[in-house]
Ligand binder design. Structure first.
Ligand code: VGL
Ligand code: ZN
Length: 205
């Protein structure tokens, strides 16, 4: 059994949002094109408290894009984004999610960020996504979303490590690219970890 895993297709990561990813909204049409092919759909949702430690606003004198030590882990500082219950935390309104899609929030603990949909960055807590997928008999995941170099990368790497067969839908992803090439390097890291890289929708299982 396969599932479509949609990573953080939220307004704050789209043009006009708090942490806008270039062409981030182009991912929605790709998701909508694939959704009818999948009986099982899972979504991750970045879901931060207003005082989350990944926000530059919580670190006096620090700016977005800088690195800090956050309780022992290296952390990129971000603008305030995906605050629980805010408009920016909502999925894009054009996304045609089935009513039975399962949604896994992440990033609720202010002391640690959570790029992966499976575990926080310190790997201290699981979101429950892995168990939920297994309980539904899912062995293969088709992954797309935002952003290639952060949440998509860490979600796909964890999925592969957990033993799922993983296919990345490149046209359904966009990168933050804080440094030029970050997105492309993330794709190569995923490929090296055994993730199948689909550059065309015709290559999907
Ligand atoms: C993400 C930075 C901060 C992502 C989430 O969804 O890739 N990036 N929070
Ligand atoms: Zn976040």
């Amino acid at each position: 059994m396969k599932a479509l895993l949609l990573v953080d297709l939220q307004l704050d990561f789209m043009p006009g949002g708090a942490l806008a990813v270039r062409e981030g909204d182009a991912t929605v049409a790709v998701a909508n094109a694939l959704l009818p092919r999948f009986a099982q759909v899972a979504c991750t949702q970045d879901w931060h408290p207003a005082d989350h430690g990944s926000f530059a606003s919580q670190h006096a004198g620090r700016r977005c894009g800088e690195l800090v030590d956050l309780h022992g882990l290296q952390q990129v500082l971000w603008p305030d984004h995906c605050i629980q219950g805010s408009a920016g935390a909502r999925f894009h309104p054009d996304l045609q999610l089935p009513a039975d899609a399962i949604v896994f929030p992440k990033g609720q603990d202010r002391t640690v960020d959570s790029y992966s949909g499976f575990f926080d960055n310190g790997r201290r807590n699981a979101t429950g996504l892995g168990d939920a997928l297994r309980a539904r008999g899912i062995r293969d995941l088709v992954v797309l979303g935002l952003a290639t170099d952060y949440c998509v990368q860490f979600t796909a790497l964890d999925a592969a490590e957990l033993g799922f067969g993983v296919t990345l839908v490149v046209p359904g992803c966009r990168a933050v690219d804080l440094s030029a090439g970050d997105g492309d390097r993330a794709i190569e890291r995923m490929r090296a970890a055994g993730v199948r890289i689909a550059t065309d929708l015709a290559q999907l299982p």
